[in-house]
Design a protein around this ligand. Structure first.
Ligand SMILES: [Zn+2]
Length: 399
């Protein structure tokens, strides 16, 4: 482990030269996470090595904007500049785009990616296979190339909409979805993810069977294959949840910000209240993903409801300059037992590295302040670091 962290520290030192905000934040901060491995409970796969030197794809992996958003603007963000700095330091080149692009064109990309994962301290990844970047690296190949444990998460709405063509009645469809969920663990899935926030919003509520059947019939009659009807989405989730509880499958909810397909006004996790009130007492476990800019609302929910967990993935690393503040705000109310590391990184190894580094820095700052000002003991701080970085994930997903 020592060599690994030596390597990580040299990255930090290199970056200190490039960013003054970074330098200010690191001063006097004790590292509580240095020897702690990372289990990333929500992320996606990389793109294939043939795109190694494509800096536009690197830039687009660091934003939620659509493809028509100007890359010239994306390049003028702290996050993008940080990614170039990470790549330059690992490649041993000058810290500018043309040097990085040249070096990426000739490097052993597989070894480069493996080096970044190793330097960041990754050990296990829970992969949402529902989002695949174009030319994605196949998960089996990626797993062996990176030497990391990778476990899949089942995306509910995507799986459910693929079954619609086979059934005429809404109840037969729901039964088929339940059967799939019941075999999820034997298929290797360790949890499920709902994107209802993207499709109809987080106000999850019960729907009458007759209403759902009418919506189902209309969808089939209209030849619609994409599941976007609010009645059907709510009926599906509400009907399926008892099975998720019986199967002991934790449900990840997309909340907070994402690409412009999501209506951020309907992505506030507070909207889940009726659903949480109905099912948490029966043993449901939910994880609110991303949560930003509602991370304090999510922290509130985690502080009052048993069974609610959350993260600030995506915002950390994409909101790079505010990462430590966001992590501190997330933990204002919430117990550290309810907060989990996740990057939501995809496509590029630099995103994974930055996610790891910014999370570690944020946790270190939070714990350092807690020890210095609030009399949390150093041994408790070390324990909390392990919980957030990996052991909460182990317990929550029964790994
Ligand atoms: Zn994601």
């Amino acid at each position: 482990m020592n060599g690994l962290w030596q390597e990580k520290k040299s990255f930090t030192a290199y970056q200190l030269m490039g960013h003054t905000w970074d330098l200010e934040e690191r001063v006097d901060i004790m590292s509580w996470t240095d020897k702690v491995p990372l289990w990333d409970h929500h992320c996606h796969v990389l793109v294939q090595p043939k795109h190694a030197a494509d800096l536009e794809r690197l830039g687009r992996a660091l934003t939620e904007a659509r493809g028509d958003y100007p890359i010239s603007d994306i390049r003028q963000t702290v996050t993008y500049q940080e990614a170039i700095s990470v790549a330059a330091s690992h490649l041993g080149t000058e810290c500018d785009e043309s040097s990085v692009q040249l070096a990426l064109g000739s490097v052993d990309y597989e070894a480069y990616c493996r080096g970044l994962f190793l330097a960041a301290g990754y050990e296990k990844l829970l992969i949402d296979t529902g989002y695949q970047p174009p030319d994605a690296w196949e998960i089996g190949d990626l797993k062996s190339a990176m030497g990391l444990d990778m476990l899949p998460i089942l995306r509910l709405e995507t799986m459910a909409e693929q079954l619609i063509a086979r059934f005429d009645h809404v109840e037969d469809w729901i039964m088929a979805v339940k059967n799939t969920v019941q075999t999820a663990r034997t298929e290797g899935y360790v949890g499920v993810k709902s994107i209802i926030a993207y499709r109809s919003g987080l106000f999850v509520h019960p729907v009458e069977k007759e209403t759902a059947q009418a919506a189902y019939r209309a969808m089939k009659a209209g030849g619609i294959t994409r599941l976007t009807d609010a009645d059907l989405l709510n009926y599906l989730l509400w009907s399926l949840t008892p099975t998720l509880i019986t199967e002991g499958l934790t449900v990840q909810f997309h909340t907070g910000y994402g690409d412009p397909d999501t209506d951020l006004a309907k992505g506030n996790p507070l909207l889940l209240r009726e659903y949480l009130e109905r099912y948490l007492s029966e043993g449901l476990h939910v994880v609110l993903l991303h949560t930003y800019p509602f991370h304090r609302e999510a922290g509130y929910l985690a502080s009052v409801y048993p069974g609610v967990y959350f993260d600030v993935s995506l915002a950390v690393p994409l909101a790079a300059s505010g990462a430590s503040r966001v992590i501190s705000e997330a933990l204002e109310l919430a117990p550290t037992t309810r907060f989990l590391f996740a990057s939501d990184a995809h496509s590029r190894p630099e995103s994974f590295f930055m996610g790891a580094q910014l999370w570690r820095r944020g946790i270190d700052q939070f714990l350092d302040k807690a020890v210095k000002e609030h009399h949390v003991s150093p041994s408790t701080a070390y324990k909390w670091a392990s919980m957030i970085c990996w052991s909460n994930c182990k317990a929550l997903y029964s790994l």
